[in-house]
Ligand binder design. Sequence first.
Ligand code: ZN
Ligand code: ZN
Length: 256
Amino acid sequence: MRFSERLSGLFYPERCIRCGGRTEGKDVLTRLFCPSCAEAFKKACESQCTSCKRRRFECECVPDALFRAGINKSYACFAYDKERRSSPTSRLIFSLKDTGERRATALASHLLAWRIASSGLADAKEGEREDDIVITYVPRGRKNVRLYGEDHMRQASKAAAEMLHLGFSDVFENSSRGEQKGRNAAERGIAAAETFSLCRDADLAGKRLIITDDIITSGASLSVCASLAFGAGAREVSVFALAKAEKRRRQAKERA
Ligand SMILES: [Zn+2]
Ligand SMILES: [Zn+2]
């Protein structure tokens, strides 16, 4: 924290990003949310996945697109429901994407590190060195990096790698001018295939790669990245996100 930020914190205590209430600031969660919003955030992580009935932070359900790319599990901490824009979990995602709020990046990196650690995939297997396990991220399009500043998932995954003492590397490039938002699954698949490529100096031979993203929606972007990684010699690829998109039932009028 910069001195100026520390100083302003004395006069303007940090506010909850959801309700504007006072935060207690004891840890990464209670610096971002007031006590009641922090409690609601925890409940969201503990709610059940509608498919496997496990708690969200234990669910390993994987979208079809990822399964077809050779990934049979995917890990996240909570569900993302785009209709519920004011939920504490949605607020975290928007804060990360749209404002690059440092406190949001701090919480995101802790959540990722904790989810990766609890999956057991951060532990070096026999004959494996810590830097044989590499964490990377699905990069944001250049236009959005220009618009919003830094790439929030780069920041969060780099910090998570540091916490876990694992390697970190820029592996993928995103040449897209837009985001996947508003596209259906088929459109996402086509767009993703044209969007991502490997960084020229990406060295994945024999590595175990952990790819992070903010939200797993159709899995299109992650499955393209996973295929690129396998093509470059990655031995194993696993995917982690903060959230998995909740599938909603179609509205009645759409069925008519
Ligand atoms: Zn609050
Ligand atoms: Zn599940």
